[in-house]
Design a protein around this ligand. Sequence first.
Ligand SMILES: [Zn+2]
Length: 210
Amino acid sequence: MTEISHHIPEDILDTYRAGTLPHAFGVVVAAHLSLCDECRARQEAGDMIGGALLSRAEGAALRPDARDRIMAALDAPPPPPPIRGSGVFPAPVMAELGGRPPRWRMLGGGIRQQILSADREGSLRLLYIPPGKAVPEHGHRGLELTLVLQGSFSDSEGAFHRGDVETAHDAIDHQPVAGPGAPCICLAATDAPLRFNALVPRLLQPIFRI
Ligand SMILES: [Zn+2]
């Protein structure tokens, strides 16, 4: 397996740890953590620092047993995920799929997607891109996190393989192209509708909710 070389940025990991990351992005982070020892170690180190700060805090407003209860909660093992990973899909993605395989919707050119969730804070989707095919060129009004689950893609930012995360901010215009071999399957979270450059995809956007 190719080593992971594109990780979750520190500020996003901090927000995830604080529990304030919108759902769509939280699922991408959780899925990356399930594949990446390095980020899992950073995450656990951050939790330990948080616990140490908490133990030094002089919480006058806290009930006397509050610190013990919080520390016990931090020490408690996380509950087991209710749904296990399957195939290329880690447990957090299978949970979004309700434990079932994806039900792809055709977008044309062999590209498929399934929207997993969408609300005002962001949307989460799975994308399936045949080898050598490009996702229509687009920029972003907000943040996009894309995690590769199978195959690979490359764009102006580099090459991304299974486990790699691309972090695209609104300044980036990019056109990801799937690599050779297995179709590229990726999990993408966006916090605003994508802004397509070509006229036709822009007309299709309301239909496909890209
Ligand atoms: Zn990582």
